[in-house]
Design a binder for this molecule. Structure first.
Ligand SMILES: Nc1ncnc2c1ncn2[C@@H]1O[C@H](COP(=O)(O)OP(=O)(O)OP(=O)(O)O)[C@@H](O)[C@H]1O
Length: 229
């Protein structure tokens, strides 16, 4: 099995692409969903966040007020680092669990949908391939304005607060251009899926685990034979 990182920019079409991949039966791990799960009440991260940020960042139902927390870390970089040091290990642990689940289930590849994949260089090291869901700047702005009911200036401000898609494009091994209609995007996703399914890269992980299990089994066998003889 191998890992494929997927990312894009605001309103570039990640959800649209992921919907097609899920429809094809692909294994997709959504980092955003996991980031929400790991801070649910009674979790380790929830308790640590409370310890460091106080009860004022709680909603009435006990959940973390993401907007309030977002405002704090936006203006205080050291708080952002603190929050990341609490949540990132938990997110990675959960992702790893899900990757293992899909490995056991026999999937050839797993897609990790990670919003800041290209900004977090350390992560791309673990990906065999990286996919950028691209959209030309004008279309991206138009779709964002329509979807979120924003004025031109607001949409531009949100887009320019991110690393430009043309910059991310340089880092991606595959690009899905979602500037056209949905059908064109769908065709590109089908082609990409076919290529990834046909790739023999998945064999390396199976071979490595197979070799390790055989080695471990052999060791156990030798130990048993040693102790009963
Ligand atoms: N090919 C397309 N043609 C027309 N509209 C599209 C197309 N792709 C996406 N859209 C629309 O553009 C908007 C953004 O798409 P989508 O939600 O897939 O992007 P996203 O990258 O997941 O966004 P975000 O990360 O900001 O939530 C949505 O309203 C969606 O319906």
């Amino acid at each position: 099995m191998f890992l494929v990182g997927l990312s894009g920019g605001i309103a570039s079409g990640k959800s649209t692409v992921v919907a097609v991949l899920r429809e094809l039966g692909c294994a997709v791990i959504d980092a955003d969903v996991i980031a929400r799960q790991v801070v649910q009440p009674h979790s380790k991260a929830h308790q640590q966040i409370l310890q460091h940020f106080g009860t004022e960042i709680l909603l009435e139902n006990g959940e973390i007020n993401r907007e309030a927390l977002g405002n704090i870390i936006f203006s205080q970089p050291e708080k952002r680092r603190l929050l990341n040091s609490i949540t990132h290990p938990e997110i990675l642990k959960e992702m790893l669990k899900q990757v293992l689940k899909y490995f056991v289930l026999g999937y050839r590849y797993v897609i990790l949908d990670i919003p800041l994949l290209f900004e977090t260089r350390g992560l791309t090291r673990f990906m065999k391939y990286t996919v950028l869901v691209y959209c030309d700047p004008l279309t991206q702005r138009e779709r964002l304005m329509k979807r979120s009911g924003l004025a031109v200036a607001e949409a531009e401000a949100r887009i320019s607060s991110q690393l430009p898609l043309d910059e991310k494009r340089k880092w991606a091994t595959h690009v899905i251009d979602n500037s056209g209609d949905r059908e064109s995007t769908r065709r590109q996703v089908l082609r990409l899926h076919a290529r990834l399914e046909d790739s023999l890269d998945f064999l390396w992980a199976r071979l490595a685990v197979g070799t390790a299990l055989t080695g471990f089994g052999g060791l156990v066998f030798l130990l048993i034979r040693h102790f009963i003889s």
